[in-house]
Design a protein around this ligand. Structure first.
Ligand SMILES: [Zn+2]
Length: 380
């Protein structure tokens, strides 16, 4: 793996390359962008390059050599100067034994795996690289602790924060970091990639559109699709979309049960395929996938309403979506999409799963007056 293998993030990589070539590469970065667009891969490659004993520079493009003792240790996952920090490390902190998978990136993790280690000089390479995943989960205490390191990082340290919502970080943290944006991946590129894994065109297009530019998510769904024995994810999505488009307010709780059931079952398969990912993270991701299906329906209705079609995610359900779209105003659809995104944020805060689909479907299937009432109730 090298910088050249990173998919479609040329702009972000060229900013890093410019900094490297000028000899004034920042000591702290925020890699900002939605999940699954290559932030971690890029941080890893930058780490590998910074730690490499004999970096190779060809036509102004720098990369690790892949052969030195540092690169070998890096590829083996044993490099002592590359530290990946993530919330689940809490279990390995002094008082962390048997603690549940945390919601936040706790101060104990930052203290033990960043602050304590920053002052220890590198042992194999000239530098030391810290990559902090899910920077948006740093709570106030952890941000304050991290800020102290960012104020005066030792010259040999590089800290890379990966973050989906950089606005959640203190302005004082943001101002001390070089922010590199990672944009969504173009639809055709994702389709192409999925198609190469053996997925047919129709499914590739569907998952690419549903992903909103996250190749990581699209590839995960494609993997689920290929591993499911009986009903495939694509069919499940299509059925749910058809039912949602024709759903009456009176039947919406039944449909919410179906969403929850399918989300749980998909999560179980996902856990089997990726046993190293925590169960909480898997269920958070599958719940978000199924909320995204609901958003895709509302978005398709809006496209039919204001843009007269084209580019529908649920192209196989166009007729049903047309009928649903006729019953809604554009304003109402926008409000419902907003409600769905807010539910997505609540999932990130680990709300009880019974409070996800039921309230959301009550809002999504409600009429004009009912929706206003629902919104007022949920704002109380
Ligand atoms: Zn090397």
């Amino acid at each position: 793996m090298s910088f050249k293998d990173i998919f479609c993030q040329d702009k972000a990589i060229s900013l890093i390359q410019q900094g490297y070539a000028s000899g004034r590469l920042a000591h702290a970065f925020i890699f900002a962008g939605i999940e699954g667009v290559g932030k971690f891969k890029t941080a890893r490659e930058l780490g590998k390059l910074l730690l490499c004993k004999e970096p190779v520079i060809k036509n102004g493009f720098a990369d690790s050599c892949g052969k030195c003792v540092s690169c070998e240790a890096f590829e083996a996952g044993t490099h002592p100067d590359f530290l990946h920090i993530y919330k689940e490390l809490l279990e390995f902190t002094e008082d962390g034994k048997d603690k549940k998978t945390p919601k936040d990136l706790s101060i104990d993790v930052i203290r033990e795996f960043v602050i304590k280690k920053v002052s220890i000089r590198p042992s194999l390479s000239e530098g030391k690289v810290f990559v902090i995943s899910e920077g948006e989960r740093l709570n106030k205490e952890s941000q304050n602790a991290l800020l102290k390191v960012l104020e005066e990082p030792p010259g040999y340290c590089t800290i890379i924060l990966l973050c989906t919502q950089p606005e959640n970080l203190f302005a004082t943290i943001r101002s001390r970091c070089r922010i590199i944006r990672f944009g969504p991946i173009a639809e055709e590129k994702i389709i192409d990639r999925l198609h190469k894994t053996g997925l047919d065109k129709k499914r590739s297009q569907y998952f690419a559109r549903l992903s909103g530019g996250s190749i990581g998510d699209a590839c995960r769904w494609a993997e689920l699709e290929s591993r499911q024995a009986e009903t495939k994810l694509y069919e499940i999505c299509n059925q749910l979309v058809g039912e949602l488009a024709g759903c009456r307010y009176a039947d919406c709780l039944e449909l919410a049960d179906r969403f929850l059931k399918e989300s749980r079952e998909t999560g179980q398969l996902w856990s089997k395929i990726n046993p190293q990912t925590s169960k909480t993270d898997v269920s958070r991701r599958t719940h978000k996938t199924f909320i995204r299906i609901i958003i895709s329906v509302l978005r398709d209705c809006l496209i039919l309403k204001v843009a007269a079609g084209g580019g529908l995610t649920n192209f196989a359900q166009e007729e049903n979506i047309k009928k649903m779209s006729e019953k809604e105003t554009a304003e109402q659809l926008c409000l419902k999409i907003g409600a769905a995104y807010r539910t997505m944020q609540c999932v990130d805060s680990n709300i009880n799963e019974k409070l996800i689909f039921h309230p959301l479907l009550l809002k999504v299937t409600s009429s004009d007056t009912m929706f206003v009432l629902q919104s007022q109730l949920s704002d109380v």
